[in-house]
Design a protein around this ligand. Structure first.
Ligand code: DQA
Length: 158
């Protein structure tokens, strides 16, 4: 089963931007760790980063028929984008919202997520390790989907 990892605005600047908040790790390093987890846990994985809201909406739509789940850090768009929320609701794929920082102990404008209500769950505040936790959660969701499929097939066989 395949997970699509979607990274929003300015996350391409990790390792450079506000290191006191986001730490020194680059996005490529985070992705390398996620890929290693995926390989070890029999998951396919693809990565996408964009600074443009519409491109992120397009990518979520493309996931239909292409991916089985989404891990998304919509970055600043988390707090503003009804379009991203609607795209997640439209494709109806299990989606995990991720943040490096704990958005609930930061400025008030970051404490509201537009996308959380259409996500399976939210992981926020564990630094780059948030992405690892999201992979563990997605593996669990995939296990549950696979178990349901196997059960349905067995029922069909009678
Ligand atoms: C972030 C938190 C957002 O508020 C911020 O705009 C980001 C990164 C995080 O991962 O902590 O760009 O999503």
């Amino acid at each position: 089963m395949k997970v699509m990892v979607i990274q929003g605005p300015n996350l391409n600047m990790l390792g450079i931007r506000e290191q006191q908040i986001y730490g020194p790790m680059k996005l490529e390093e985070i992705h390398a760790q996620m890929k290693a987890f995926a390989d070890a846990n029999k998951m396919d994985i693809e990565f996408f980063q964009s600074n443009f809201e519409g491109e992120i909406v397009d990518k979520i739509q493309e996931c239909l028929g292409e991916a089985d789940g989404i891990i998304i850090n919509a970055a600043a768009l988390t707090h503003t984008s009804i379009a991203i929320r609607d795209a997640i609701a439209a494709v109806q794929l299990p989606t995990i919202e991720v943040h490096i920082s704990n958005i609930y102990r930061r400025e008030e404008f970051r404490q509201k997520s537009m996308i959380a209500p259409v996500c399976a769950g939210v992981i926020t505040g564990f630094g780059p390790f948030s992405y690892h936790l999201a992979m563990v959660a997605m593996r669990q969701i995939f296990n549950e989907i696979e178990a349901i499929k196997a059960q349905q097939e067995q029922q069909k066989r009678g």
